[in-house]
Write a protein that binds this ligand. Structure first.
Ligand code: GRF
Length: 201
């Protein structure tokens, strides 16, 4: 399955997908990596791997709609069957949603619908919950509101800060996201992946 990954930062989830593909655990091909900035670790990783990249920066366009059209054009150029938002720090707009309807997924560091938006690990700590986790969901017009595809739980430890909690959540993101991509590639329902062999660290 042809996959385009949208990134803004470190790219650890991009790396996890790439490693799962290399290991034969994910039936996908990363055909392009697109960022909302000119440089980030995720883009550098893609370039080093020989994956075609593109940068589509909001500040190069008159407004958000024009940026969103340009983003959809750049992504379309790679002819993906699936678009994966992996640490992409922008909300995609109507052009992206209509062109890739039901084919955009996002990974988020909480058990949605709890703690959407920025700073989800800190939100979990502030709320005093004992359990949080990660979610892979379809992207719709809201912020982290699309249909949940798969989730895994992570315990919140009494001495956690946002950094330590996010690090443990990310270990599971790196397991879950490639498995969801693999399930979608095979036409399987990823919904029960979380309970099938992924254990909370
Ligand atoms: C992940 O924790 C993901 O849940 C959130 O952004 C982070 C991206 O990390 N949406 P990375 O760039 O994949 O390392």
């Amino acid at each position: 399955m042809r996959v385009v990954v949208l990134v803004s930062g470190r790219g650890s989830n991009l790396r996890a997908i790439a490693e799962a593909i290399d290991a034969g655990r994910c039936a996908a091909e990363i055909v392009g990596v697109v960022a909302d900035r000119r440089r980030c670790d995720a883009l550098a990783f893609a370039e080093a791997r020989g994956v075609p990249t593109a940068s589509v920066r909001p500040k190069d366009y008159a407004d958000r709609d024009a940026w969103d059209v340009a983003l959809a054009d750049a992504v379309s150029g790679f002819e993906p069957a699936l678009v994966v938002l992996a640490g992409f720090m922008k909300i995609v707009g109507a052009s992206m949603l209509s062109r890739f309807d039901g084919r955009i997924v996002n990974v988020h560091p909480s058990l949605l619908p709890a703690f959407p938006g920025m700073g989800a690990p800190q939100q979990a700590i502030d709320a005093g919950v004992c359990v949080t986790g990660c979610t892979v969901h379809l992207v719709d017009a809201g912020v982290d509101t699309g249909r949940v595809l798969a989730q895994v739980a992570v315990r919140v430890r009494p001495d956690d800060d946002a950094g330590s909690l996010h690090a443990r959540i990310q270990r599971l993101e790196h397991e879950l996201l490639p498995r969801v991509v693999d399930a979608l590639a095979k036409g399987e329902d990823p919904r029960w992946l979380g309970s099938a062999g992924l254990r909370s660290p």
